[in-house]
Design a protein around this ligand. Sequence first.
Ligand code: NAD
Length: 254
Amino acid sequence: MFELTGKVAIVTGGGRGIGRAISRVLAKQGAKVAIADIRLDEAEKTASGIGKEGGRAGAIKTDITDLSSVKAMIEKVHELLGKVDILVNNAGWDRIVPFLKTTPDLWNRIINLNYKGVLNCVYCVANDMIEKNSGRIISISSDAARVGSSGEAVYSGAKGAVISFSKTMARELARYNINVNVVCPGPTETPLVEEMKQESEKNVKIFEAMSKIIPLRRMGRPEDIAYAVAFLASDEAGYITGQVLSVSGGLTMA
Ligand code: NAD
């Protein structure tokens, strides 16, 4: 089940956190994984970990906010692994700040990474999939996009844009057998969340409070998200497109 043998996958932000877990799980299922991350040292750690587990992966320094960097990354993927079957748009970032205390510079940073980064990657990769007449695009949004999240207004908007964009691309690309879906994590234990906690005691309290109200009684683990992505990347999910799957221990059920 969920065999990905021989498939070529790109995972953006695969250097750490959720992206690292996705890279590992896809490689375990047999995919050859390109880890496209702005932090090359972390991407190399993910790749060498996969190598030790018997999988195949390569690290490629990429800034997904820069179209020319994404184009160069795809060329390298073609050289190293071949044309792309699976794209996982995972790289993302946020800071918890009430909207009226944010600045336009912060809006730009958040929108460029969380939304425009996805546009850049889909723009460059979809042609490989059209050529193959098959493909999977899975984007990591957030439950913040589905239900809102105080202190994350611009991020919620950008992640909501990822959902709307993905639904439209699911329609546009269906004729080429390219399935486009979205996975929305709830609060998940990653270096990003650790950094948020280190920023303030208030943030620590926010995450503690959220853990308590999650019906399954714990924060997400990166692997929880990765298994959902592996399913959506597999042949078994071939009849699923344009959908949004929350992986949040039941925190949101809307
Ligand atoms: P993380 O910060 O731990 O890891 C993100 C990775 O993305 C890092 O390796 C980082 O180097 C990379 N990255 C950042 N900017 C980049 C760029 N411009 N180009 C390429 N790579 C870049 O974050 P995470 O918590 O693992 O989050 C992964 C995804 O899940 C993000 O899209 C995030 O918004 C989403 N998400 C996370 C949570 C959570 O609670 N952790 C909840 C909902 C959604």
